[in-house]
Design a protein around this ligand. Structure first.
Ligand SMILES: C[S@@+](CC[C@H](N)C(=O)[O-])C[C@H]1O[C@@H](n2cnc3c(N)ncnc32)[C@H](O)[C@@H]1O
Length: 213
């Protein structure tokens, strides 16, 4: 079995996402083999696509928003859903959240999030279960870059709507992914987020932070 912590340290380097330079993360870059591996090559070594090794545009935008508007999370119980590297949850803790649970079903995400939280001097809770449809009383739900897959988005939209209806604040950062819902969303901020051309089709992605209404 792969030692996940060692794998992450071997295949990434500490870097600052360009739109959130006050946060450091273990990220893949041109300097690392992981950068160029195809999904088939990754599957051979037992690795799902390493979402946790990149700071996605939606997460960078949402993390920026939370740092600029700390009152959204101050003293609150926050869920960073589909946390990946943990970028959004780290921003929420830095902004004064009482507690952040980072949730991601990728088994490497837990190790990546622990490393990334540690390097930023904070602690995040972690949940590796699929939380879709559950409600554990969070005050704020943050979701960075989650509307890229039809089935995933289809499951998230009614869940986010239900959480919003019972009074939670639900915010999503999204750079115009294909399955972004068209209803019940109010834009609260827009950023130009530098991204990696090899992952995206451009060098900058216009990224909006949306609030469910
Ligand atoms: C594009 S990445 C975004 C990561 C991070 N939020 C960011 O913006 O950098 C999407 C993440 O969703 C996670 N994911 C997919 N299905 C999930 C589920 N049912 N529950 C929790 N996380 C999930 C993936 O493992 C991946 O880490």
């Amino acid at each position: 079995m792969i030692d996940k912590r060692a794998f992450i340290l071997d295949n990434t380097g500490l870097a600052q996402p360009p739109h959130v330079p006050e946060i450091s993360l273990y990220l893949a870059s041109e300097a690392h083999d992981l950068w160029l591996k195809t999904e088939d090559e990754l599957e051979e070594i037992g690795l799902p696509p390493p979402f946790w090794a990149f700071a996605w545009a939606g997460g960078q935008g949402l993390a920026r928003f939370v740092l600029e508007h700390p009152s959204i999370v101050e003293g609150k119980r926050v869920l960073d859903f589909a946390s990946g590297s943990g970028i959004v949850g780290i921003a929420a803790m830095k902004a004064g959240a009482a507690e952040v649970i980072a949730a991601d079903i990728d088994p490497f995400a837990e190790a990546a999030i622990a490393l990334n939280a540690g390097v930023n001097g904070i602690t995040l809770g972690f949940c590796g279960e699929d939380l879709i449809g559950r409600d554990e009383g969070w005050d704020v739900i943050l979701a960075g870059d989650v509307f890229y897959d039809k089935a995933f988005a289809g499951a998230l939209i009614p869940w986010f709507a239900a959480l919003c209806d019972r009074g939670a604040v639900v915010l999503a950062g999204d750079p115009g992914r294909a399955y972004l819902p068209k209803e019940r969303l109010q834009p609260v901020a827009t950023y130009q987020v530098p991204v990696t051309r090899a992952l995206e089709d451009s060098e900058v992605k216009r990224t909006t932070v949306w609030r469910f209404t």
